[in-house]
Design a protein around this ligand. Sequence first.
Ligand code: SAM
Length: 204
Amino acid sequence: MAEHYFTEKPSSERSIKEITIDIRGIPFTFRTDRGVFSRGKIDRGTKLLIEAMNLDGVKKVLDLGCGYGPIGIVAARLSPKSEVVMVDVNERACELARENVRLNRLTNAKVLSGNGFEPVRGMRFDLILCNPPIRAGKSVVFPLITEAREFLEPRGCLLVVARTKQGSKSILKHMSEVFDVAREIEKGGGYRVMEGSASGGGLC
Ligand SMILES: C[S@@+](CC[C@H](N)C(=O)[O-])C[C@H]1O[C@@H](n2cnc3c(N)ncnc32)[C@H](O)[C@@H]1O
């Protein structure tokens, strides 16, 4: 059976593929690899989430399930005064994300390896960004959404991207059960970006 991208220690042979891409008008370089989500390209859902994210007034950002790092790295570049934390359970993804932070000359982003919110216990964020591991199933994705609430500052928000035909509806429903306000903020190319916040949350 093919290895999942959310394996802790991928065993597939390494095969680095470097990509350079303009996102929000800025060139970025990313090293990608086998055993890590979206080798050789930026995922369309990832791109939609990056286009939708608003970093005004944001000081602390979490990229949950960072993969090779595109979401957190773009956030760190667009918001140089904020501190970005990137987390992934896949150690190869974390290694690549660290390399990509260096390649893009960022000093305001760090990568922590571990399961879900475990590496950031005790921290609070203004913005949590997540392209969730849909293939791992609801039993993994829903608890991440539920837990996000306690890792947000009172005015903070969670942004989640999902394929329209692969769970976006049930994710939005779950977000509306967890958050005071849950709504769709962007759609395109078969994906939807959804936002969850406390009522009166105003940073998104
Ligand atoms: C759909 S990929 C998105 C990767 C990256 N953010 C992107 O957009 O290219 C989901 C990521 O979540 C990670 N992941 C899966 N389960 C996780 C968990 N329990 N805790 C942290 N990360 C997890 C996977 O290893 C994978 O890198």
